[in-house]
Design a protein around this ligand. Structure first.
Ligand SMILES: C[S@@+](CC[C@H](N)C(=O)[O-])C[C@H]1O[C@@H](n2cnc3c(N)ncnc32)[C@H](O)[C@@H]1O
Length: 522
């Protein structure tokens, strides 16, 4: 007889990874920018609703041993998997509990941060109500809740494909068959289009997206019985009914309009007489289909005016690199910097140019504002301290540029810096969490709470060897033996010395890559 307590998440495991946008550091950053006084990241309590196998909470708890974490989920199988990880890693600050969100008791809180990621749109209305009721009832006075959901208007597009897939798989109950059939239908529809019209492009994009999905995501997200998107203004009203207010988006750049022309931005400001309306019109402009909104108690006074001087409280990091080989930071020449994906910024302000240059050089290290300013001024050959951002125009201009750069994703802000190694030491140490994760599967978590897929076998071995006991020679010997055993050594003309040198150089490059990914701690 079928077990009535077994859920679809027991049947097909959901691929749970880390989500840096849910990390307390991110929530504290946005809260601080909007005038709140959030709990310190290294001394907070965090609740995750629908935590699955703890893929998000386990690395958080590992990285923040002085904070406390609670995860709740209905499905026993992923939780058991998570519990095994908690025990293997000896985590004392994470409790994974099996239970229904509907039954979370009133005395469970308070929590400084509550996370409900990938759940609100996929549960019945009563559970949606309860998620927001828990946010209201269990958040500390300065607490922040993260709630993600499928949003309109973009979800109308996604729903079109979903409905066709659901019709096609209606006769199949086996999960794998449902996934296979859904992919097959989308492929068939995409490849059958001959007219060079909008529909052909749309189906081509839909297929690409579906092929990128992990199968568990397709099964649980697109083929789920419930998948109920809403407009942002409806979500806002829902939050208000629970005495919660909209704080912002977890991704600050999602609140910006920089990809539009000045005319569009002006129209947007005129059209929208409130922040909520502006956000809604932004969704129309961007055809947004997913939101990651932050909420706090309705009575918390927020300061929504832009306050660049607040930036002096943060630590900064940036992967950005100058486009020019020899950037001129001294004059008023415009220099361009390139960040992740398509992000870029340009400035003619010497202090900002020096700051961007330094951040790119020290990445992944994060620098306090005062440290960043001191190093930038030293690079420019300027002596003496910079004034306060509220009354020194130069300091204020730097803060403004950094805030704008945060909005375009060029610069990251942090309230807390995890431990990590910025150099490759004589006896490198990879994060113990990553070393453990690499024994279990393909994904490891960086010190910055980012999931990284380790695809090659050599990379996996390398990570697992870095426990601080081996020096370069020791690592090199292991690597050489491994390559030999795999018949992967290329020794041109029997010249082993040259081959060794090449492997050594490759090893050095890979160790530096691990450091820049935030996977080394010593
Ligand atoms: C789509 S998964 C998201 C997992 C995780 N939050 C993530 O981002 O990877 C949704 C999770 O919510 C859980 N869930 C659904 N309804 C629930 C309920 N009423 N009470 C507790 N957990 C529930 C499921 O078991 C599943 O693990």
């Amino acid at each position: 007889m079928a077990d009535p307590t077994r859920t679809t998440y027991d049947e097909v495991l959901y691929p749970s990874h880390t989500h840096s946008q849910t990390h307390p550091d991110r929530l504290a950053t946005i809260a601080t920018l909007f005038g709140m006084r959030p709990a310190p990241v290294d001394g907070c309590r965090v609740l995750e609703l629908g935590c699955g196998n703890g893929g998000n909470l386990i690395p958080m708890a590992f990285g923040l041993p002085t904070s406390e974490f609670v995860g709740i989920d209905l499905a026993a199988r992923p939780l058991a998997q998570g519990q095994a990880a908690v025990e293997a890693l000896g985590l004392k600050n994470l409790s994974l509990r099996q239970g229904n969100i509907l039954e979370v008791s009133a005395d469970a809180g308070p929590f400084d941060y509550i996370i409900a990621h990938w759940i609100y749109s996929w549960v019945p209305p009563a559970v949606r109500e309860k998620i927001l009721a828990i946010c209201r009832g269990h958040l500390a006075p300065q607490g922040v809740a993260f709630v993600s959901y499928n949003a309109y208007p973009g979800s109308h597009l996604r729903d079109m494909v979903r409905q066709m897939m659901l019709f096609h798989v209606r006769g199949f109950s086996d999960p794998q068959e449902r996934v296979n059939q859904a992919v097959a239908l989308t492929k068939f529809l995409a490849e059958s289009q001959t007219n060079p019209d909008v529909y052909r492009q749309f189906m081509k994009d839909a297929l690409e997206e579906i092929l990128e999905h992990e199968e568990g995501h397709l099964f649980h997200d697109e083929l789920a019985e419930i998948n109920a998107p809403i407009y942002f203004h409806q979500f806002y009203q829902h939050a208000r009914r629970h005495d919660l207010q909209y704080l912002g988006e977890a991704d600050y750049f999602e609140m910006q309009n920089h990809q539009f022309t000045p005319e569009v931005c002006q129209a947007l400001e005129q059209l929208s007489n409130s922040r909520i309306a502006r956000e809604q019109y932004l969704d129309f402009l961007k055809c947004r289909r997913f939101r990651q909104s932050l909420l706090c108690h309705a009575e918390v006074p927020l300061d929504l005016t832009s306050k660049p001087e607040l930036l002096t409280r943060f630590q900064f990091s940036s992967v950005a690199r100058p486009v020019s080989q020899a950037p001129d930071i001294h004059s008023a020449t415009i220099e361009q910097f390139q960040g992740k994906k398509a992000a870029s910024m340009e400035t003619d302000f010497p202090l900002a140019k020096a700051a961007m240059l330094i951040l790119g050089e020290v990445w992944p290290q994060a620098l306090q504002f005062s440290e960043l300013v001191a190093r930038s001024r030293a690079r420019l050959g300027v002596r003496g301290p910079l004034g306060e951002a509220k009354d020194d125009p130069e300091a204020r201009a730097l803060c403004e540029i950094l805030l704008k750069s945060y909005g375009t994703g060029m610069v990251e802000l942090h309230t807390h810096a995890p431990p990590y190694a910025t150099q490759v030491s004589q006896r490198p140490v990879a994060s113990p969490l990553a070393r453990w994760q690499v024994q279990q599967g393909d994904f490891v978590t960086s010190q910055f709470h980012i999931s990284i897929k380790v695809e090659d076998e050599i990379g996996r071995y390398l990570l697992s060897w870095l426990d601080g006991t081996l020096d370069r020679k020791g690592i090199m010997n292991k690597l050489w033996r491994l390559l030999e055993s795999k018949n992967a050594l290329v020794i041109p003309d029997g010249d082993e010395t040259t081959a060794r040198r090449e492997v050594e150089q490759q090893l050095e490059r890979n160790l530096w890559k691990l450091a820049r990914l935030g996977l080394l701690v010593g």
